[in-house]
Structure formats: structure tokens, C-alpha cells
Design a protein around this ligand. Structure first.
Ligand code: BGC
Length: 450
């Protein structure tokens, strides 16, 4: 991020170029062959030259998200690239709208957070540039075709028709429960591994005047909970049939009915009345011990760590019951917008840095996610991250894309499905079958996955 420190590289650069000029003058005076002298120039680090500023549009505004951005921007600053943050506070939906309007107005940022199938759509519309990895020296040996080091699922996400169109930053796991360890230890509770244990734990917490499950009514947060319940009540194959393929018959299935029923059952363990809170405030209920648990993507871990709460000491994590061997993933990616003056070389340098092992380890530690590299160093991960990374490493059979986080389907389908879930959650008079029927009818008219 742009800070006062950022003026330093500029000073260093000026100093360096003065040195080079002096060297040339000395060479000329001493009549030393120019080639010998220019060897020194060629040995200049990649950050020679004037500082280059890039605008990066994201919706990262929480404490943990800022820490993660700091990791990236500080590393880029060392290379004389200055990260200018363009933060759209209203989450992914708001950021998408602002990004579109800036592209239309001809004021696109250089890089932007864009995820899932949308990346391919934007590329086909000619709105984003392809990355052209350059062979050659780069930090930590990630050079040339840098995507060959990624997990296969990540490789697919960043490619469109064979073109490399996005840089992945990290893999978040969404089917996680975070719980207040101190509260659990005090009450002799254990992380719930089945729904029966969850219910017993929730009842105990309620008796102590603690909200069992922090939850907000923000649509994406409800959708995020629901998709974890759907996986819990079914299987990765069924999840994909419903939320990726949008097979209308999946919505009338008993497994879909069970997930809706579970969502309604959990309501009695949520704050009453359950209100709209941003995810960071909802997570804070658990940190403060006002709530015992929350189902949230592991960016909640980045947030808790950034507030000074340590993994396995102040809080713990466990997969949502019946999903311990599965991974609902949400991969953060940056794309390069098409605009006058866009520099493929600069973009490649930025991408190489972001996917280099050390930056991956530092960034993902701060963000709560795990590295996109299939040979990442597990010793740099805490217990929650190690577990997420191991499950994700088992490959596509156990992985499913998050609907709530734009991984599973196009924007129209996502919004239509989420609207029905929110409606069902808000109005207890709506029968499970009614919602199933409506979703089946809606998905019949939605675009199909390609
Ligand atoms: C993004 C995360 C972010 C979270 C909350 C998700 O959609 O993928 O990077 O931390 O939203 O803002």
C-alpha cells in the first residue's frame, strides 16, 4: 500500500542511476572498453528505473485483509512497484459494479480482484489482458510458466481457452467452524464433529447465556452457511449437480430438502433477532466470547490472528460436521485490466512475485488461506491451514467451488439461487418443498455451465 516509506525506492533509484552515470564517465575517462563497464549495468537488480505505480481494486478492508495486502505491497515496494489500494467497501458485489463502471468510463485500475467463471467471461469480452510469463531469473525459482506449480484446480481457474488470465493468491476453505477455545475449555466443551455433538454444544452454550452460532443475514453469509450444509447433507458430486450444473432435479432431492431444514433448525442457535452484520463484526462476536461458534471462510482466521487471537489458543477450527474430508474452495485471483499503457513485463514481474513461495507463505498466513502451490512448505502453516491444504491436495474429487464466493457459477444464477435461500431463511412460513419447487423452476431457465 502507498505509504511515506514509498518515497525511499525512488531516492535509491536516483542514487543508483547517478552511480551508473558516474561509472560510465570514469570508464570513458580511463578508456576502458564500454562492454566491460556495461557488465555492471546489466547486473543491476530488476528494480532499476523509476518507481512504477499500480492501482489495485479489491474489497479488502478488514484488519486481516489489510495485513495480507501489506505483505504484497511491501514486497512489491522492494521491487520499486508501488501498490495503490482502491478498496470498495461493500464486498464483492459492490466491487464488481465499481469495476465495471470504471472499465466503461475508461478509468480501469491496473489490477483487480475478479474470481471464478467471471474471469473467463471478462477475457472473452476483451476486458482483461493475458499474462505472458517471461522465462528467466525470478525470486525463489518460479520463472517462466509459473502456473505449472499450482494445484490443478487453481491452474484451471486462472486459464481461459489455454490463456493465462489471472494470478492466484490463495485458497480459502469455506466449510469451517471457528469456535472460542477459552469458552469451550471453561465449559469442558469439545469441537463438534457431528450434528448431535453440535446440538448438545449449542444447548450448553445457550444455558450459559452465550449465543451458540454467530450469524448475519447478509445474503452471501447465509449462502455460505447454506452451501456448507448442503455439502454436509449430501456429497461433492451432489453439490456440483445442484450448484454448478444447476440440474433442476437436484433441487427436488431429499438431500436438498435436508439442507434447507438444517438451515432452519440452526436458526434457534443464532442471535435473536438475527441481524445483518458484516463478516468481521460477526466474527468478533466469537472473539469476544459473546458467541461460541461461527461458520465462516478461513479469512475469519486471518482476522482473528490480526486482532491478536492465536490459533489453537484463543480459538480453534473444525470442519462443518460431515464435511471434514471435503473442501469448499474460494480462490482469490487478480486480473490485469486492458488499458492504454498496460505493461505485460510489469504484470509478469508482479505475478511472479505474488506466486513465489515466500510471498505465498507470508501472504496466506496473514490472509487465513493456504498457498496455491502444490509443493508449499507445510511448516509455515498453522493447524487449520495445514488441514485445509491437506484436504485440498486430495484433488478435485473432494473439492467443490463456493457458490457464495463466485466460484460455482455465473453471477445471474448465483444471485437467483441466493435470493431464494435468503427468502426461505427470512420467512419461516415458507415450506421447504415450496423453496425446492421454486429453485427447480428457476434453474430450468438459468444459463447452463459450459
Ligand atoms: C474473498 C476473500 C475476502 C472475503 C471477505 C471473499 O469473497 O475471496 O478474500 O477476505 O470475501 O471480504
Amino acid at each position: 500500500m502507498k505509504t511515506d516509506k514509498n518515497s525511499l525506492p525512488g531516492i535509491k533509484t536516483e542514487f543508483r542511476s547517478q552511480l551508473i552515470k558516474k561509472l560510465h564517465r570514469i570508464c570513458a575517462l580511463l578508456l576502458i572498453p564500454v562492454l566491460l563497464c556495461s557488465a555492471n549495468v546489466a547486473a543491476e537488480p530488476v528494480n532499476a528505473g523509476a518507481a512504477q505505480a499500480i492501482q489495485v481494486l479489491t474489497w479488502w478492508q478488514s484488519t486481516g485483509e489489510h495485513k495480507a495486502v501489506d505483505v504484497l505491497s511491501e514486497r512489491l515496494t522492494q521491487e520499486n512497484i508501488i501498490w495503490h489500494d482502491v478498496v470498495i467497501p461493500s464486498g464483492g458485489v459492490g466491487a464488481g459494479i465499481v469495476l465495471k463502471s470504471r472499465v466503461l468510463a475508461g478509468t480501469a485500475p491496473d489490477l483487480a480482484q475478479l474470481k471464478g467463471p467471471l474471469i473467463g467471461e471478462w477475457f472473452e469480452l476483451g476486458l482483461i489482458n493475458e499474462f505472458k510469463p517471461l522465462a528467466g531469473a525470478s525470486p525463489n525459482n518460479i520463472s517462466g510458466k509459473w502456473d505449472k506449480f499450482f494445484f490443478p484446480t487453481v491452474q484451471e481457474l486462472v486459464r481461459s481457452n489455454g490463456h493465462l488470465v489471472a494470478v492466484p493468491l490463495g485458497v480459502h476453505r469455506m466449510n469451517m467452524i471457528f469456535y472460542n477455545r477459552k469458552v469451550f475449555d471453561r465449559l469442558g466443551l469439545h469441537a463438534p464433529e457431528s450434528w448431535d455433538q453440535f446440538t448438545a454444544t449449542a444447548i450448553r452454550l445457550q444455558k450459559e447465556g452465550i449465543i451458540p452460532l454467530a450469524q448475519s443475514t447478509e445474503p452471501w453469509q447465509l449462502a455460505s452457511l447454506f452451501e456448507a450444509l448442503l455439502l454436509s447433507e449430501s456429497s461433492p458430486e451432489f453439490y456440483r449437480r445442484a450448484l454448478v450444473k444447476k440440474d433442476p432435479s437436484a433441487f427436488s432431492d431429499i438431500r436438498f430438502a435436508r439442507a434447507l431444514t438444517r438451515l432452519r433448525t440452526l436458526k434457534k442457535f443464532m442471535p435473536s433477532p438475527v441481524r445483518e452484520l458484516n463478516w468481521s463484526d460477526a466474527t468478533h462476536l466469537v472473539a469476544a466470547g459473546d458467541a461460541g461458534m461461527i461458520v465462516m471462510g478461513d479469512f475469519a482466521k486471518g482476522e482473528l490472528n490480526a486482532w491478536g487471537y492465536a490459533t489453537d489458543v484463543n480459538f480453534g477450527c473444525v470442519a462443518v460436521p460431515n464435511t471434514e474430508n471435503y473442501h469448499i474452495y474460494n480462490v482469490d485471483t487478480l486480473v490485469m485490466l486492458k488499458k492504454d499503457g498496460a505493461s505485460p513485463e510489469l504484470a509478469d514481474r508482479i505475478a511472479q512475485l505474488m506466486v513465489s513461495p515466500n510471498v505465498q507463505a507470508d501472504y496466506n498466513t496473514a490472509k487465513g488461506s493456504v498457498s496455491v502451490l502444490k509443493n508449499a512448505d507445510q511448516t509455515r502453516m498453522d493447524s487449520c491451514a495445514r488441514n485445509s491444504w491437506k484436504v485440498f491436495s486430495h484433488g478435485s474429487a473432494v473439492q467443490v467451488p463456493s457458490l457464495a464466493h463466485d466460484m460455482a457459477t455465473d453471477g445471474i444464477s448465483k444471485d437467483a439461487i441466493i435470493a431464494e435461500i435468503v427468502h426461505f431463511f427470512a420467512d419461516d412460513s415458507i415450506k421447504v418443498e415450496e423453496t425446492q419447487h421454486r429453485l427447480g423452476a428457476i434453474t430450468r431457465s438459468l444459463p447452463k455451465a459450459r
